[in-house]
Design a protein around this ligand. Structure first.
Ligand code: FES
Ligand SMILES: [Fe+2]
Length: 351
């Protein structure tokens, strides 16, 4: 059965769920370049997952635990449509079924689906997996922002990093645009703009926008949070004309929990530029801007990793933190709904 680790011991609280990562969503788990010939093992949402590419290049993902005695399957061998465990050779197929037990061909394990398997999508150089709970094992629809889906219109370069912090701090950091004028004041693209501001929030079809009143196109002036089968955020940063073609620089980002204390952040840097101008922009980006963007990300990482674990329990929030509080409400409400649906499903199953 396809169950999520968070619920294997029965229902948990909404707070514990939101802390470990909401279920019933797609999350990017790795950049495409990380998954090549040899299987790899990653931990996402507290779950160990083995990833590999089959013969036609498609990515497969199953629980990274051999059903025989628990060795990590990602240490084993890629046989295309299956992984073979390194320890005693048991073979697990792409849907988590035991296909062969070479040491004991008529073993009762053979033919049983003993491992969880994940639905996979590969989009713009990123591998997305669906993390359903026991009440929602089938993947939901995924509608990503146009910057990732319209390849003709938008260039998109993926940057990813591991941060030693809970994923909520990583998203809250983005939904707090005012930090741009302080933490990143030395940055080439965020040195302009008011250091005093008022913010407003407005709802969108998929989430909300949190923006500075009376200032757009100057700095990191607005952010958007969206839920459309994955939780994502979007922002733009104006670029000076000498920064090449394509107008403002955009970010579509995701914060995927590794476990409760680590996050894999995925930032697609986007620009509306196509054809040879895109090639030129990518060249310019690699030569002139990539390092600066890493420096900015490092500033975020350093501040977030140094915050105390219980930072959010001892805060004095002010007007600029409306984007953060709205995010917390949305995540908490979603977690409460998931916990309730799961409890209802358990109750029904017990009847
Ligand atoms: S632990 Fe994998 S085959 Fe024995
Ligand atoms: Fe930042």
């Amino acid at each position: 059965m396809s169950t999520s680790t968070a619920f294997q011991d029965g229902p948990i609280s909404a707070e514990a769920l939101v802390n470990s990562g909401l279920r019933n969503l797609w999350y990017p788990v790795a950049p495409s370049w990380m998954v090549r010939e040899a299987p790899i093992g990653v931990t996402r949402l507290g779950e160990r997952i083995a990833l590999w590419r089959g013969q036609n290049g498609d990515v497969h993902a199953v629980e990274d635990r051999c059903p025989h005695r628990g060795a990590r399957l990602s240490l084993g061998w890629n046989f295309g449509d299956r992984l073979q465990c390194w320890y005693h050779g048991v073979q697990i197929g792409t849907d988590g079924t035991v296909l062969e037990v070479p040491a004991l061909p008529d073993c009762a394990m053979k033919g049983r689906k003993l491992n969880r398997a994940y639905a996979v999508k590969e989009i713009r150089g990123g591998i997305f997996l669906y993390f359903g709970d026991a009440a929602h094992p089938e993947p939901c629809d995924l509608e990503l922002p146009e910057e990732l889906t319209d390849e003709d219109k938008h260039g998109a370069i993926l940057c990813t990093a591991t941060w030693n912090t809970n994923y909520r701090y990583a998203i809250e950091n983005v939904m707090d645009p005012m930090h741009g004028a302080y933490l990143h004041r030395e940055s080439h693209s965020m040195s302009e703009g008011a250091e005093i501001a008022k913010f407003t929030a407005r709802n969108t079809d998929q989430g909300y926008v949190f923006e500075k009143e009376g200032q757009t196109g100057v700095n990191f002036d607005w952010v958007e949070f969206g839920q459309s089968g994955a939780d994502w955020f979007r922002l733009t940063i104006p670029y000076p004309p000498k920064s090449g073609p394509g107008g403002h620089f955009g970010i579509i980002g995701f914060a995927t929990p590794v476990d409760e204390a680590h996050t894999q952040v995925f930032f697609w840097r986007t620009r509306e530029v196509s054809g040879w101008l895109r090639d030129m922009w990518h060249f310019l980006y690699r030569m002139r801007f990539e390092k600066r963007h890493w420096d900015v990300l490092e500033q975020d990482r350093v501040v977030l990793e140094a915050m105390s674990d219980d930072a959010r329990e001892h805060e004095n929030l002010y007007q600029h933190d409306g984007g953060v509080t709205r995010l917390r409400q949305i995540l908490h409400r979603a977690a409460e709904a998931q916990v309730k649906e799961l409890a209802d499903a358990h109750a029904q199953a017990a009847e």
